[in-house]
Ligand binder design. Structure first.
Ligand SMILES: NC(=O)c1ccc[n+]([C@@H]2O[C@H](COP(=O)([O-])OP(=O)(O)OC[C@H]3O[C@@H](n4cnc5c(N)ncnc54)[C@H](OP(=O)(O)O)[C@@H]3O)[C@@H](O)[C@H]2O)c1
Length: 216
């Protein structure tokens, strides 16, 4: 153990190095908890459609423009993404496109475009959700998108460039969102946003890659 402490002292005087972290969806229920957690130790760049760094995850050009504006990053966190909820009987192809082009490809595009802006050994952390493994009425699109995101992350991890890591957080129903979701999620336990945020910290500040962090 002593050699490890000495190594840390030599490299960084024993202090954690501050990172520059892009948080997409920073004003949201989960995003604001992530900003509160990671903002204690790191420099946060807040992004969203109405944030100081404006980007729409469904618009690749706006993602590219935001990365160009920000410059080099240590980590990217995404806590944004919409899907359509409706009974299967009312769902048509165009209804699935909402989730595919927004929550799924929006997050994937933040990785594809962002790999050139994130430093060697930096990280990406995406968001899926409990409907990846538990199912509710009206949730087919959310389940499809969340499952797709989880498997994208596990597959991408083995070929990310320049030692970059990628993980995903799959939260249960967040306590602060319960009023919005309760009727669709009867009987589901809730999880405080602060606990979800710690999974993002584990991803950004840890060393693992290809992980699905379930917080339920
Ligand atoms: N809350 C839950 O219980 C829960 C549970 C499991 C999974 N999730 C997932 O976690 C993610 C975040 O959920 P949340 O409840 O924190 O959402 P939220 O409170 O509605 O916040 C969404 C955030 O994303 C930004 N945003 C929305 N659309 C965007 C777009 N097209 N491009 C860029 N930014 C966009 C919003 O800011 P602007 O309006 O300024 O763009 C806001 O900051 C979602 O994918 C959701 O499915 C949530």
């Amino acid at each position: 153990m002593r050699w490890r402490v000495r190594l840390l002292d030599c490299e960084s005087n024993g202090k954690e190095t501050e990172m520059k972290i892009l948080v997409v969806g920073a004003s949201g229920v989960i995003g604001s908890a992530v900003v509160a957690e990671l903002g204690k130790r790191h420099d946060i760049v807040a992004a969203g459609r109405s944030a100081s760094v404006r980007l729409d995850i469904s618009d690749g050009a706006s993602i590219k423009a935001a990365y160009e504006k920000i410059g080099r990053l240590d980590a990217v966190v995404v806590a944004a993404g919409s899907v359509k909820f409706a009974p299967l009987a009312q769902m048509h192809a165009a209804d699935y496109e909402v989730g595919l082009m927004n929550k799924l490809m929006g997050q994937v595009n933040l990785v594809l475009i962002g790999r050139d802006y994130v430093r060697e050994g930096g990280s990406f952390t995406l968001t899926s959700g409990i409907l990846d493994s538990e199912f509710i009425r009206g949730g087919t699109s959310a389940s499809m998108v969340n499952g797709g995101l989880n498997t994208f992350v596990m597959a991408a991890a083995i070929e990310m460039p320049r030692g970059q890591r990628i993980n995903i957080v799959s939260p249960g129903v967040v306590a602060e969102s319960q009023d919005d979701y309760e009727s669709d999620f009867r009987g589901f336990e809730t999880v405080p946003a602060a606990r979800v945020a710690r999974a993002f910290a584990k991803s950004v500040e840890g060393a693992q890659t290809g992980q699905v962090y379930r917080v339920v």
